[in-house]
Design a protein around this ligand. Structure first.
Ligand SMILES: [Zn+2]
Ligand SMILES: [Zn+2]
Length: 434
């Protein structure tokens, strides 16, 4: 069986990795990070999912997405016109956020997948394949289709008492698009995609000599590419496979993490103090803050939705900022304890960050939908800009933090203690057929 030396993205442990059997996954023996998982016929399946996702995305554009009826008047929105409507109503920021995160990034991501996967299906790799795979890796954290869908559901509950809501064809197409997009991403992970490109290019990267176990890439003067994971000597400047600049650790990781985090914390204050939206009903203006919105939902008896908004808009941003603060501080202060907790914390911040965008999408949907002249209007408050910035800055902060720094702080004694507890990767290959 051909093997390849790789370094864990999370803790930098050098691992000799065999080609994965379909249905199995590889987990780092030191930090528990899932390195890769293999599926049956990943290229066929992922191309089919990506094609259906793109098709559903196109189908979700022209037809009515939602309609809002009150006292004989109706306001209808489609995805393609909602951003334009928001722009003409004078809310360009909401228009940009909506079109970039729910349409543009997913469309780019899917097109890139198809442009890489279809030639791969025919056993070919074109010049742009590597560049497009780099694009896939960098766009991946920023697609927010499923976050938007939850936002739509929350908006529906918020205005359910105000008028009749009609769910249009496009909404269902968008649900199917969102599911197909998730299926595409989970069918072929980034390591399997890079491997498929190598195979089609007839490049063998099997390791000739076995790396010593229980050592990091850095301890062996090696570095792994942050984008594709290929191992290089420390002095190499750019990746042989994807041509990205190489760094053993993310350059200025702590400085960037702090800078983005502090900006996020400062912006979190106006995001909570000022109204996130105003409901104008027959001339009266009812401003509501993030917390006020949660209280209102709770008072109206929509407990599950109130809980979702509370978790996504209040609990998650605070937890995420505290976690990033602790991570950056503990690395800077050279802390050598609570490794597992810190690694778990890092994984959580990476996973939950985008979900806070729900409230921003709720405001965008409500503003686009509820525009019935003098009768009832919803307009965004200034907190929406601050809150969207909090989400983006804390995501940038989490992406800038290099988790390998947590492990770099360990003294050599503790390193050997941790490593003695590790088992060879082959023993940990999880054969559970999924
Ligand atoms: Zn690891
Ligand atoms: Zn690379």
């Amino acid at each position: 069986m051909s093997t390849e030396n790789i370094a864990c993205h999370c803790c930098d442990l050098l691992i000799e990795m065999p080609a994965l059997e379909p249905g199995s996954k590889a987990i780092c023996p030191r930090c528990g990070h899932q390195i890769s998982s293999a599926t049956h016929n990943p290229i066929d399946k992922a191309s089919a999912f990506a094609f259906s996702a793109l098709l559903f995305l196109f189908l979700s554009l022209p037809f009515p997405f939602l309609a809002f009826q009150s006292q004989g008047r109706e306001q209808q929105v489609s995805l393609i016109t909602s951003s334009y409507d928001l722009f003409t109503l004078g809310f360009p920021l909401l228009a940009i956020l909506l079109s970039v995160f729910i349409l543009l990034i997913p469309a780019l991501l899917l097109s890139a997948y198809l442009c890489v996967l279809i030639p791969l299906r025919l056993g070919k790799v074109h010049k742009l394949s590597f560049l497009l795979t780099r694009l896939i890796v960098s766009l991946h954290p920023w697609g927010m289709a499923e976050v938007f869908l939850i936002g739509v559901l929350v908006s529906l509950v918020k205005i359910a008492g105000m008028a009749d809501i009609v769910i249009g064809m496009s909404f269902w197409a968008y649900v199917l698009f969102s599911l197909s997009l998730i299926a595409t991403i989970t069918t072929i992970d980034k390591m399997q995609l890079w491997k498929a490109l190598d195979t089609a290019n007839r490049i063998q990267r099997s390791s000739s000599k076995h790396p010593p176990r229980s050592a990091t890439a850095l301890q062996h003067n090696l570095q792994s590419c942050h984008c594709c994971g290929l191992i290089h000597p420390l002095e190499t400047k750019s990746c042989q496979r994807c041509h990205k600049n190489l760094h053993s650790r993310i350059p200025f990781s702590l400085q960037k993490t702090w800078a983005y985090l502090i900006t996020g914390i400062i912006l979190y204050i106006p995001a909570n103090l000022y109204p996130i939206m105003h409901t104008r009903l027959l001339g009266s203006d009812e401003p509501s803050t993030i917390l006020g919105g949660v209280v209102l939902l709770w008072q109206h008896g929509s407990y599950p939705i109130a809980l979702i908004v509370f978790i996504a808009s209040i609990l998650v941003p605070i937890a995420k900022m505290l976690a990033l603060f602790w991570l950056a501080y503990s690395v800077q202060a050279d802390h050598q304890h609570r490794i597992e907790e810190r690694v778990w914390m890092y994984r959580m911040t990476e996973l939950i960050g985008r979900w806070s965008m729900i409230d921003v999408f709720v405001v965008a949907v409500l503003v686009a939908l509820v525009q019935l002249g003098g009768l009832v209007n919803i307009v965004p408050g200034i907190a929406v800009t601050a809150f969207a910035s909090v989400v983006i800055f804390t995501m940038l902060s989490a992406l800038s933090f290099d988790p390998r720094l947590i492990w770099d702080n360990l003294t050599s004694q503790e390193k050997s203690a941790v490593q003695q507890g590790t088992e060879p990767l082959n023993d940990l290959l999880d054969d559970a057929r999924q």
